[in-house]
Write a protein that binds this ligand. Sequence first.
Ligand SMILES: [Zn+2]
Length: 256
Amino acid sequence: MKLERLTWPQAERYFKENDMVIIAIGSIESHGTHMPLGTDTLIPNRLLELIEEKSDVLIAPTIPYGATQYLSPFAGTINLGPDGLYTVVSKVVEGLWSHGARKIVFLNGHGGNVSTLEKVSLELDQKGGLGVILNWWLMAWDLNPAWKGGHGGAEETAGVLAVDPSLVDWDALQEMNLHNDVTENMTRTGFKNVEYKGVPVVICRKVTRFTNNGWIGPDHPSKATEEWGKEMLQTTADYIADFMEELKKAPIEAEK
Ligand SMILES: [Zn+2]
């Protein structure tokens, strides 16, 4: 059930009987040369379609943009930043709360959104509500370790193949092409870290210092298949539908 398709009396009826809403938060950002900028938005939207088949929890319209400062130099990447994302998410949550939502489930598509979603969730907790953050790509790892992957790698490529195989531009796929940008003895690892003499150190910087294509890996996109993506998204959606049934039982402090 999608909020945007309801009339206001239908929404009023929903919130009289229910206090849970699920909302996806995505990102528009580079995912290597072979994948669409909307990868982190398209995959959660597909998950919501699958969740809707098994769950009666109200689905609020997706917020397609996120906080993606590290990738912002790549063409087409749109960065709200943590402050901009906080303003958007907290206003949407404020509106949902005013109509009776008390449990807000954030279906997150992008790691850079997590700190902002935690801030909003803690504010919900202080008001007596509950904010739940479901990072789909991490949940998929736990559901099947073989699905584990990094930014722009096979896991996300499989997810996009499940959305629409024509969205992956295989001819444009480049090798990872990462280099140590700080000093040659500081090994670049992940988005922010370098490792020097075995100790990881955080050095916040744009990823264009060490990649020219935005695929940060480590899993190779060529391993992805549509079948993998479909099984992964179905399994993750089924888990989320089941999780939200259980969450209905959680007591809530705040009066409606
Ligand atoms: Zn992503």
